[in-house]
Design a protein around this ligand. Structure first.
Ligand SMILES: [Mg+2]
Length: 318
């Protein structure tokens, strides 16, 4: 639910600069109170709709419910079945989803069709929240399933690393009663060593975690931190930025969403990921009802998302 709200708020100002956003809006509530936003091309964006981030995250949740083997191919099939182009998918993912129905047996080759080494966009990290929730007590399994969920569309090692770090952040948030930033950062560093043992380059995320620790030590603002970590569409920029927004403001869901959106850039995805972590840590009751009432979706109303989360809990609770 936290991810959905972050996505909805961020979608209204996606790819804009912080200066532009500040010139148009003063608060998250002001954004949510807006009816629609003119698009560069095509019909206006209706505020209250979520984008590809939440659409695919809900796909991951349903995949976890139905496929206990966690097959990447089954997940891709689900993404293709629920593909709605107006939700602003990344170009690589959109190409894969459009081609999949006619090339089912080549689904692995599709993941490298546009980017020869696979995409390292943030598009797989943005949808892993349900994996962090259901495997919150088993980091190894959580990482394994996060990688499986990334494979169909984001098969570059940096995308895997980003998806795993976001999963760990959500898992840690869901199982932590008290806040200690080291409880989040230590398991992330441990997870990265598994990738470096495979001779993968983990330096972008290692350096980002160093910068995050440094920033927390100096109480650096999210805005200032965004010039160091970046707010772009790559996993190695968006994931650390989202994690920082949460770690800097662990006590306030509303502050996390505000920071993640007003720093500009890939706002829907950074706010989606930051909102997922904050929501997992603080619980659904911290999300203001006035924000939930702004969800303008037919299939996935706020109560439908809640029911899906409950089903997932029942399915994996033991
Ligand atoms: Mg999006």
């Amino acid at each position: 639910m936290g991810a959905a709200i972050g996505d909805i708020v961020g979608a209204a100002v996606e790819a804009e600069s912080p200066e532009y956003i500040a010139s148009k809006f003063h608060s998250v509530d002001e954004i949510l109170a807006t009816e629609s936003i003119p698009e560069f091309a095509g019909p206006s964006w209706r505020v209250g709709r979520f984008t590809d981030d939440t659409q695919m995250m809900l796909g991951v949740a349903e995949w976890l419910l139905e496929d206990h083997s966690h097959s990447p191919e089954k997940l891709l099939e689900r993404f293709a079945n629920t593909f709605e182009p107006w939700r602003r998918y990344g170009s690589g993912t959109e190409a894969i989803l459009r081609q999949f129905p006619d090339h089912r047996d080549q689904w692995q080759a599709l993941s490298t069709a546009m980017f020869p080494y696979g995409s390292y966009g943030n598009g797989s990290a943005m949808r892993v929240a349900p994996i962090g929730l259901v495997f919150a007590n088993d980091m190894k399994k959580a990482a394994e399933v996060a990688i499986a969920s990334s494979r169909p569309t984001h098969s570059h090692p940096l995308a895997y690393q980003g998806a795993v770090l976001q999963t760990i952040a959500v898992a840690t948030a869901a199982t932590s009663a008290e806040f200690l930033s080291q409880n989040f950062i230590s398991p992330m560093r441990t997870a990265l060593t598994r990738f470096s043992d495979l001779l993968q380059d983990t330096s972008p995320f290692v350096q980002a975690l160093d910068a995050i620790e440094n920033g927390l030590g100096k109480a650096t603002s999210c805005r200032e931190m965004s010039s160091i970590l970046g707010t772009g569409v790559t996993a190695q920029e968006a994931v650390p930025m989202a994690i920082y927004c949460f770690l800097r403001h662990p006590e306030s869901f509303e502050q996390v969403i505000h920071e993640a959106v007003f720093i500009g850039g890939d706002t829907d995805t950074v706010a989606c990921m930051a909102g997922a972590i904050s929501g997992a840590f603080l619980g659904v009751d911290v999300i203001p009802p006035r924000s939930l009432s702004q969800i303008k979706e037919e299939r996935y109303s706020a109560s439908a998302i809640r029911n899906l989360a409950d089903d997932l809990f029942d399915e994996y609770a033991d």
